[in-house]
Design a protein around this ligand. Structure first.
Ligand code: SF4
Ligand code: SF4
Ligand code: SF4
Length: 327
């Protein structure tokens, strides 16, 4: 458990130093099971910062979203650093950004948060129903203490934590300038058994599954917009000249969108599960992403977002790479 006073003091120190122009973290939201991401620019705002099991959203997504506003004549652009609070999974996005040279290491100050898991809103709603007031939740080794609508309860980790947390391999940030608290002990591993089960199905069964799921997609692009690795200035799905994917929401175009996106994330997806979390149609997007993650690991022994010195998978070549698919 991170001491919020330590976190706030460090944020104040960094913002007061003038070294950073903004700090991205979480503050208590106004509703429900998820804290709100926030950007603060002044030490006086640091007391708003929190960390608990409601801090679900990946703040690393915001680092690449900063709008480059025109600089008025006679003024210099603000090139100071950006500070960001990260859990283990979030930190993998920062590492992958560095691998892809989205920005350089000197541009960011990383506040690393050891994490025991975050809650899954959908699971929580099944247990407690809607929560019109902000929820407080602390993930412990043996359960999650949660205060919903004025009542405190302890529930098992399996019942309420996000699936990604139940198989988390990196609960401690893989990169950090200021570790905020002692490292937590790893409690799980990921054997990709969910993907292995899916792989056993016949092509007809797989197609029937995806036909049903992709048909539900309303192409709101929330999955793309929240993804820390979807940061292209111009996305191929919204490009008009040439137009690679039509805007209509039919099965064919939806399928193109999802396969296109999954391939663009091969060797890049850091499994933060944000895409699936925000999907208003409950489409299990991670089933597709995790299949590619598993293949990339098995075929190329490559794991994105863990080594800032690594080469991007699809921008590197090894003579030993498998090439059975080449005709
Ligand atoms: S996946 Fe790991 S680091 Fe990320 S929220 Fe869950 S427990 Fe924390
Ligand atoms: S968030 Fe869901 S509904 Fe929206 S585009 Fe992505 S998969 Fe489709
Ligand atoms: S595709 Fe989904 S899980 Fe992968 S990095 Fe993007 S938001 Fe995270």
């Amino acid at each position: 458990m991170v001491d919020e006073n330590v976190l706030r003091d460090k944020a104040k120190e960094i913002l007061s130093s003038g070294e950073v122009r903004r700090l991205i973290g979480w503050k208590r939201g106004t509703y429900g099971y998820e804290a709100a991401p926030c950007v603060i620019t002044d030490a006086s705002q640091a007391d708003d910062l929190i960390f608990d099991a409601t801090c679900v959203q990946n703040p690393a997504s915001f680092i690449t979203l900063e709008e480059k506003l025109p600089v008025p004549r006679g003024q210099q652009p603000d090139t100071r650093k950006i500070a960001v609070m990260v859990k283990g999974c979030d930190s993998r996005a920062v590492v992958q950004h560095l691998v892809e040279k989205a920005y350089i290491r000197d541009d960011v100050v990383i506040l690393g948060i050891p994490c025991r898991g975050v809650i899954d809103r959908r699971k929580a709603e099944k247990i407690f129903g809607e929560a019109p007031q902000p929820v407080l939740a602390v993930a412990e080794k043996d359960g999650v203490v949660i205060r919903v609508n004025g009542e405190e309860k302890k529930v098992s980790r399996e019942e309420i934590l996000a699936d990604k947390c139940l198989r988390c391999r990196y609960p401690n940030p893989v990169i950090s300038d200021y570790p905020l608290g002692d490292e937590v002990e790893k409690w799980a591993d990921d054997d990709f058994s969910d993907v292995s089960e899916f792989e056993k199905e016949s092509p007809e069964e797989k197609w029937a599954f995806w036909e049903e799921e992709f048909s539900k997609c309303i192409r709101c692009y929330a999955c793309r917009n929240v993804c820390p690795m979807c940061y292209c200035v111009e996305c191929i799905v919204t490009k008009l000249k040439p137009q690679w994917t039509r805007r209509s929401t039919d099965l064919s175009e939806n399928t193109v969108y999802h396969i296109q996106r999954a391939w663009h994330l091969a060797g890049r997806c850091i499994e933060c599960m944000e895409c699936q979390r925000v999907c208003p149609m409950d489409i299990p997007i991670m089933t597709l992403n995790r299949k590619l993650t598993k293949d990339v690991k098995e075929l190329f022994d490559y794991e994105p977002g863990v080594d800032a010195e690594a080469q991007p998978l699809l921008a590197s070549y090894n003579p030993q790479d498998p090439e059975e698919y080449i005709m």
